[in-house]
Ligand binder design. Structure first.
Ligand SMILES: Nc1nc2c(ncn2[C@@H]2O[C@H](COP(=O)(O)OP(=O)(O)O)[C@@H](O)[C@H]2O)c(=O)[nH]1
Ligand SMILES: Nc1ncnc2c1ncn2[C@@H]1O[C@H](COP(=O)(O)OP(=O)(O)O)[C@@H](O)[C@H]1O
Length: 218
């Protein structure tokens, strides 16, 4: 067991995993927009090249392999993995920053990352996002227009196995099939309803500064 709790205090984080193209980013973007005070994104490091709309420090910290390897050796990461020919990893700092802001930390990681996190005491809630079929996954990944044929086939090549692991009993707390995106989003907010309720309550308490009372005297 790797201990990370002692350096990362705060509410229980949430892991979103599922094959590339399942819709994790789409659902996360909607959640982080609607509940921007309640949830925060764990900005991972990666050695892959940024896509046209991506910004360094927002979607990822885009770094060289050399820099990332050194940081891993220095113990700066909770977990890391090689995916489709690139390194990806969650730094302790990324999670700490979200926790410090009083938000629930959302991690978007692959199945290797899930396996690694399970060996730590981070103890997140695990949510699996699945596409309705492998055919629709391919269609969506092609439609996104971000991948070369090589990268596409690498992603599809591991998707089936990733889902098989994800579907094993006890690995995930919730499984959401992202067929209709609005329905999937609703299921996600239901899976997080307790977190949303708690975070909103806490925010109200903080904003009126009275421990729950509305502050109006008399
Ligand atoms: N283990 C691990 N996986 C990550 C991390 N960040 C992203 N990933 C995963 O890496 C895979 C590829 O991510 P990306 O290149 O952004 O492609 P996309 O998920 O298809 O948009 C996805 O399965 C992500 O969930 C991380 O910090 N650790
Ligand atoms: N329910 C859905 N129906 C159709 N297309 C979708 C749906 N959800 C997401 N997409 C599209 O599929 C592609 C992959 O989604 P994305 O969120 O990037 O997946 P991931 O982050 O899991 O790799 C994107 O182009 C996105 O707009």
């Amino acid at each position: 067991m790797t201990h990370v709790k002692s350096i990362i205090a705060g509410p229980r984080p949430v892991v979103l995993a599922g094959p590339s193209g399942a819709g994790k980013s789409t659902l996360l973007q909607q959640l982080l927009k609607e509940y921007k005070d309640q949830f925060g994104f764990s900005v991972s490091h990666t050695t892959r090249n940024p896509r046209p709309q991506e910004e360094n420090g927002r979607e990822y910290h885009f770094v060289t392999r050399e820099l990332m390897k050194t940081a891993i050796e220095n113990g700066e990461f909770i977990e890391h993995a090689e995916f489709s020919g690139n390194l990806y990893g969650t730094s302790k700092k990324a999670v700490r920053e979200v926790q410090r802001a009083g938000r629930i930390c959302m991690l978007d990681i692959d199945m290797q990352g899930v396996r690694s996190v399970k060996k730590t005491d981070l103890n997140p809630k695990y949510i699996l996002i699945k596409p309705p079929s492998l055919a629709s996954l391919e269609e969506r990944l092609r439609g996104r227009g971000t991948e070369s044929e090589e990268s596409l086939s690498k992603r599809l090549g591991v998707a089936d196995e990733e889902m098989k692991y994800g579907e094993m009993a006890g690995v995930f707390d919730y499984v959401i099939i992202n067929d209709d995106v609005e329905k999937a989003y609703q299921e996600l907010t239901e899976a997080l309803s307790e977190e949303i309720k708690q975070a909103c309550k806490q925010k109200n308490t903080l904003s009126n500064g009275t421990g729950g009372h509305n502050g109006i005297k008399g």
